[in-house]
Design a protein around this ligand. Structure first.
Ligand SMILES: Nc1ncnc2c1ncn2[C@@H]1O[C@H](COP(=O)(O)OP(=O)(O)OP(=O)(O)O)[C@@H](O)[C@H]1O
Ligand SMILES: [Mg+2]
Length: 577
């Protein structure tokens, strides 16, 4: 479990060693102070020599100051290392998520990924810092204070041994009760993040449906559950302090009781007894530190596991091993589906796509039509390899898509997703996603083809209009046209539009297709649409039904032979009439 995270900690080996050295200095000086104290009480004060008292007192202050400086320096080095370690792990996690395929993303919810990137990383960062600072300090202090106390008076040793035992048993018991609650609490964090995330993403829908009260309640529930678990956990852990104090004062009382008798007998000096109390306090303090480190390490175990899970996730869609002659280039825009089967989930019985056979020549226009959920999106997602087939093969340019470098394939296949997004930034910046080197002429040409140039020019800032986060400053139809223009700028061999003109009026839709016919002769165009009018002029139209191809043909052929197509066509014609 720690194996995944450890390599990131190795980079901070130097800081870890420095921290330990500084802590060693701090502990050694702290250990000597009670010795000086004993001398002060037993020798300097009885001698009545002021110079001696001042010398000893000055030495004690000096030691305390140096010890303090060492401690502060150790804390600083440790926090620098901890922050660096945390940011390294966070970067690794983020990079890993960037490699995720769609299937990988489906497996984790967004809120859970966010919790892992934030809360979980903060936990391990804090623990790392604590471990390198305190883990060295606790045992060092325990051992040296133990030795000093033993040397000073072996007969009083059982007192702190008993103290240590009672403390250990108490802490183990407390933690046994608290651990399960803690695990539940971390799970609840996911729920809380889920509630917040979903609400913010869908804030417009929430408002449109006047669901704010419902959402507030949902949030309150998640928040309350979280609080309840924290409180229940804290309540138990709060018993820690009384337990520690009880043991500490119990031990001190015992030392004074038994030690006091020895002082009266004359076998123990008063100053030595004062120092002995100091050592017992140090021993118990070091036990508290060790317990703290153990508790937070165990608490962090869940976070480490959750981060390890993501780092360990098998990325599904990878480049094939490079052949001797180098990766092939995509030759043309031909597409073939050969006995293709596909399921989103391996274990599901009914595949989402069954027995798909298709041949599409370069430059053809292909329409896909079918009811919602008939797997139109699922079908085209296989072409740029957003998902891999479960059976059969998809060929682009005469080769199986799994033979290309993923990057090359996706450069050749431009897909306007059904759920599309624009990013914060200007219109131009968004369009440049398609081709970072595009000139203003190329950008304008793509926007003219997508029927976007006119509305962009109408904005006061034109192509420099700021879109706001997620492209909130444009209408639904404008956004769709910007997405098409962005896809066109890639100059793809295959262009896939997944319901990308649904919010565009019929006349503009026709103009876009007209522009495609004129400007994209060699590009294979696949158009998924709900409107028959959007596909009726295509070279072939595919009718999808429940994960299967129901029929393939031209508009006239399908009108004559296919039941589903005819039904869709007539229902839409009626609407027009
Ligand atoms: N990411 C996913 N994980 C699991 N199942 C999915 C996923 N996406 C789609 N499905 C399922 O696959 C089936 C086909 O969905 P698909 O999105 O391909 O339909 P569609 O024809 O594009 O529908 P629409 O016209 O509404 O866009 C549906 O039953 C859906 O529940
Ligand atoms: Mg779809």
């Amino acid at each position: 479990m720690f194996r995944k995270i450890l390599p990131y900690a190795k980079k901070y080996r130097k800081e870890t060693v420095w921290t330990s050295l500084l802590v060693l200095g701090e502990v050694l000086l702290e250990i000597f102070i009670p010795l000086l104290m004993a001398d002060m009480v037993d020798k300097a004060i009885p001698s009545g020599e002021l110079a001696y008292v001042i010398k000893l007192g000055g030495l004690m202050i000096l030691m305390a100051l140096i010890s303090l400086t060492c401690g502060a320096a150790a804390a600083r080095v440790a926090s620098v290392a901890g922050a660096g370690f945390g940011s390294d792990v966070r970067a690794a996690l983020f990079n890993k998520i960037q490699q995720f395929s769609f299937a990988n993303v489906d497996r984790y919810s967004k809120p859970s990924l966010i919790t892992r990137l934030t809360t979980d990383i903060n936990y391990i960062q804090m623990t790392f810092m604590m471990v390198i600072r305190i883990l060295a300090r606790g045992p060092m202090m325990l051992v040296s204070a133990g030795i000093m106390a033993y040397v000073m008076n072996p007969r009083l040793t059982p007192i702190f041994v008993v103290g240590i035992l009672v403390f250990s048993v108490g802490m183990v018991a407390l933690f046994q009760i608290c651990y399960p609650r803690l695990m539940v609490m971390l799970k609840k964090y996911d729920g809380l993040n889920a509630a917040i995330q979903e609400n913010l993403i869908a804030i417009r829908v929430v408002k449109a449906f006047v669901r704010a009260d419902f959402e507030k309640q949902k949030f309150r529930k998640a928040n309350d559950e979280n609080m309840e678990m924290s409180v229940r956990c804290e309540r138990i852990m709060n018993l820690q302090m009384p337990l520690i104090l009880l043991i500490m004062y119990g031990s001190i009382t015992a030392v004074i009781w038994f030690g006091g008798q020895m002082v009266i007998e004359g076998s123990f000096l008063t100053g030595q007894m004062v120092s002995f109390v100091g050592y017992v306090t140090q021993i118990l303090m070091s036990m508290i530190m060790i317990a703290q480190v153990l508790v937070s390490t165990i608490m962090t175990r869940a976070s480490i596991t959750r981060i390890g899970e993501v780092l360990d996730e098998q990325v599904e869609i990878l480049d094939p091993p490079e052949p001797a002659e180098g990766y092939p280039a995509v030759a043309d825009g031909s597409i073939e589906f050969d006995h293709v089967f596909f399921s989103y989930h391996q274990e599901s019985e009914q595949p989402n796509l069954s027995e798909i056979n298709l041949r599409i020549k370069p430059g053809q226009t292909v329409g896909i039509i079918g009811g919602t959920g008939s797997a139109k999106t699922s079908l085209v997602q296989l072409i740029p390899r957003l998902y891999d087939v479960t059976g059969g093969s998809v060929r682009v340019g005469g080769r199986d898509v799994r033979e290309y470098r993923v990057h090359d394939l996706r450069e050749a296949v431009s897909m306007v997703l059904q759920k599309n997004v624009l990013f914060s930034g200007t219109i131009r910046e968004n369009l440049l996603w398609g081709d970072a080197e595009a000139t203003q002429e190329e950008i304008e040409a793509a926007c003219r083809a997508a029927q976007a140039h006119d509305f962009i020019s109408a904005f006061p800032d034109g192509y420099n209009t700021d879109l706001g986060q997620g492209g909130v400053n444009v209408s639904g139809g404008q956004k769709q046209r910007l997405c098409i223009a962005r896809a066109l700028l890639k100059k793809p061999k295959i262009l896939i539009l997944d319901d990308s003109t649904s919010a565009v009026d019929t006349a503009t839709d026709a103009k876009i297709r007209q522009a495609f016919r004129e400007n994209l002769k060699d590009t294979t165009k696949i158009i998924i649409a709900q409107r028959v009018s959007s596909v009726s002029d295509a070279d072939q139209i595919i009718v999808m039904d429940d994960g299967r191809i129901d029929a393939v043909g031209t508009h006239e052929e399908l009108l004559a032979t296919n039941e589903i197509y005819r039904e869709v066509y007539h229902s839409q014609q009626k609407g027009v009439a």
